[in-house]
Design a protein around this ligand. Structure first.
Ligand SMILES: Nc1ncnc2c1ncn2[C@@H]1O[C@H](COP(=O)(O)OP(=O)(O)OP(=O)(O)O)[C@@H](O)[C@H]1O
Length: 593
């Protein structure tokens, strides 16, 4: 065991009742979580990093205005944070969103203010119906994604190999709150998993469960509801997929397709972005490989009919973005009458203002089975306390599992901050890329326009670069991700659309070219590197003249969080690094305050 880490045993707290939110125990369980009053950056509406328009920028600009038309009245939601609602006057200043129409559709949206009209029926703006009322007014989306592979080697190749710090996961304190939690498992072999599942775990190269898996697997297999929090890249997806798939195989129920091809999936998994939805779909296929289980996927930006036909043939597990899911539900292609499990991945995002109406619509749908007759599972690396409270109404006598500090950044990511003026940023980025030649670098920017601009700028420097954001067509988004994943392009410039959940091998460096608007997004962004015990690096640029307030808040949060997290390790190596960063920031603050 590396000496940097504490060898404290996993701590499982005595069960405590969490039925009432007045119960102090609930708060205690999340004592270092965001709900403690850590500020966020949502009130800021900086227009820093606006870039001069070029051919790229102007083209995206038209799409952006369409977005403004939709979001301006705040009726549709879909924003990442409150600023999207309060300051919805310009799509570019409001970061990125997902699960929504593509370029041509947004252009139309501008004139007629789709947001107001939509009245919340599709809160996240996914209106790729392919049929129905809007169809006459917009070009149909015809993109049919490539068929998922049946090649076993490819299916199991998605796993990131665990890194040198994998065993140190066991040293992180785990807190379990709620009534009668089952005992954590020690190994996959002793978890009473069926042979199919166990074989697929082994084929995936998993040798032992991560802490969230040790706790979540028996909890879900015991039929309990769960809210699970664990750091980025610590195996939360398998933590819910494995026990769900095991239950479906252990206690099979007939696959139901109703009249007119209305499917009744037994598991509904929703996630906030299309690419994450696709990733979870592939993970579900992986863990159920060779079994009779049918897995289907539904996400925006793709031809509706193709997905609809697949779903109509019946599926045990449906992985979907909320907008497209509701399209199918509204058209009676999907009903919730056979649901045994509902999973919200990136649950805090799914329960924020943007997605909450969709989640409510699903949970309260007339066909949805009652809360006591289904299992509801929520997972995320971040879970602000106010959102935890909101989540409670969808959960039944649930257990809360927190691995480490709720909302804490992965300890395997070295965090570096550079103070730069906006005029220096481009050169700084080019220099960083030059200095790290051949490394895979994920660059986050705040706006879609900037994503295009930076990608174009880097491409002009002969650096192979892709970009991914909400104004790109789905085909382009998937190609960009594939190019980055395969290593064909070493650099991916992305907006928030790629901040959460994406599990990409060998991301060496995450660059925050623009600081994110919230600390939670920062945690998710930097979590694209340093996964499953591998080390990673995050470099953040900040312009103290423009973002001084953000830096103050970030400093407070980082220092509190870091010192808390660092207390889990034996030596102060990491803590020291953070202190240095904190001091750098403090110096900057003193200079500019
Ligand atoms: N027990 C395990 N042993 C080895 N590798 C694992 C294990 N569990 C999961 N992994 C791998 O770890 C990687 C990260 O897993 P996953 O994407 O589920 O993380 P996560 O906790 O959901 O992260 P995020 O919060 O960023 O969504 C994946 O490549 C997955 O295959």
């Amino acid at each position: 065991m590396d000496e940097d880490w504490d060898d404290n045993d996993v701590v499982v707290e005595a069960p405590q009742k969490v039925n009432s939110y007045d119960n102090d125990d609930v708060d205690e369980g999340h004592s270092l979580s965001r709900g403690r009053g850590f500020p966020t950056f949502i009130e800021d509406n900086d227009d820093f990093n606006k870039v001069g328009s070029n051919g790229f920028g102007e083209r995206r600009g038209r799409g952006g205005r369409g977005g403004r038309g939709r979001g301006g009245r705040g009726g549709r939601g879909g924003g990442r944070d409150r600023s999207d609602y309060e300051n919805g006057h310009d799509d570019y200043e409001n970061g990125d969103r997902d699960d929504r129409p593509e370029r041509g559709e947004r252009g139309r949206g501008r004139g007629r203010g789709r947001g107001g009209r939509g009245g919340g029926s599709r809160p996240n703006g996914d209106s790729e119906h392919g049929e129905g009322e809007d169809e006459a007014k917009k070009p149909p989306v015809t993109y049919v994604p490539p068929e998922p592979t049946d090649n076993e080697e490819e299916i199991f190749s998605s796993t990131i190999s665990s890194g040198i710090n994998f065993d140190k996961f066991d040293c992180i304190a785990v807190k379990v709150t709620g009534e009668n939690p089952p005992r954590a498992i020690e190994s996959f072999e002793t978890a009473n998993l069926r042979k199919y599942v166990l074989d697929n775990i082994l084929k995936s190269g998993y040798k032992k469960p991560t802490p969230i898996q040790k706790h979540a697997i028996p909890i879900i297999m015991a039929g309990r509801d769960l809210m699970g929090c664990a750091q980025t890249g610590s195996g939360k997806t398998a933590a819910f997929l494995l026990p769900i798939i095991n239950t479906l195989l252990q206690d099979p129920r007939d696959l139901i397709t109703g009249p007119n091809g209305c499917a009744q999936p037994q598991v509904i998994i929703v996630a906030p972005t299309r690419e994450l939805t696709l990733q979870i779909f592939n993970e579900a296929r992986k863990f159920s490989h060779g079994s009779i289980l049918k897995i289907a996927v539904a996400y925006g930006g793709t031809a509706v009919r193709h997905q609809g036909d697949n779903i109509s043939r019946g599926c045990h597990i449906l992985v979907a973005t909320p907008g497209r899911l509701h399209d199918f539900v509204d058209r009676n292609r999907v009903s919730f009458g056979g649901v045994r499990f509902v999973v919200l991945d990136e649950a805090d995002r799914m329960l924020d203002m943007g997605f909450m109406p969709s989640v409510e619509k699903m949970m309260e749908h007339s066909t949805m089975v009652p809360i006591t007759e289904r299992q509801t599972l929520m997972f995320s690396a971040t879970f602000p306390e106010d959102i935890q409270h909101l989540a409670g109404r969808f959960l039944n006598n649930y257990l809360f599992v927190a691995v480490g500090v709720v909302g804490g950044a992965s300890a395997d990511v070295e965090q570096i901050f550079h103070q730069v003026t906006k005029y220096e940023k481009q050169n700084m980025l080019k220099q960083l890329i030059q200095d790290n030649d051949g490394k895979r670098i994920l660059v986050f920017v705040e706006t879609k326009r900037n994503a295009d601009f930076i990608a174009a700028m880097l491409s002009e420097q002969q650096l192979l670069t892709s970009s991914i954001h909400g104004d790109r067509m789905q085909r382009e988004r998937e190609e960009a991700l594939l190019n980055f994943k395969s290593g064909r392009h070493c650099i991916l410039v992305a907006t928030a659309v790629a901040a959460r959940g994406l599990d990409i091998k060998n991301v060496d460096i995450v660059v925050n070219y623009d600081l994110p608007k919230s600390i939670d997004e920062y945690v998710h962004r930097i979590g694209r590197t340093g996964r499953v015990g591998n080390r990673g690096m995050a470099v953040s640029f900040y312009d103290s003249e423009k973002v001084i307030n953000k830096v103050i808040k970030l400093l407070k949060i980082l220092s509190v969080r870091r010192f808390s997290a660092a207390s889990q390790y034996k030596t102060s190596k990491y803590a020291l690094t953070y202190v240095i960063y904190a001091l750098c920031l403090t110096r900057a603050l003193i200079r500019f305050s």
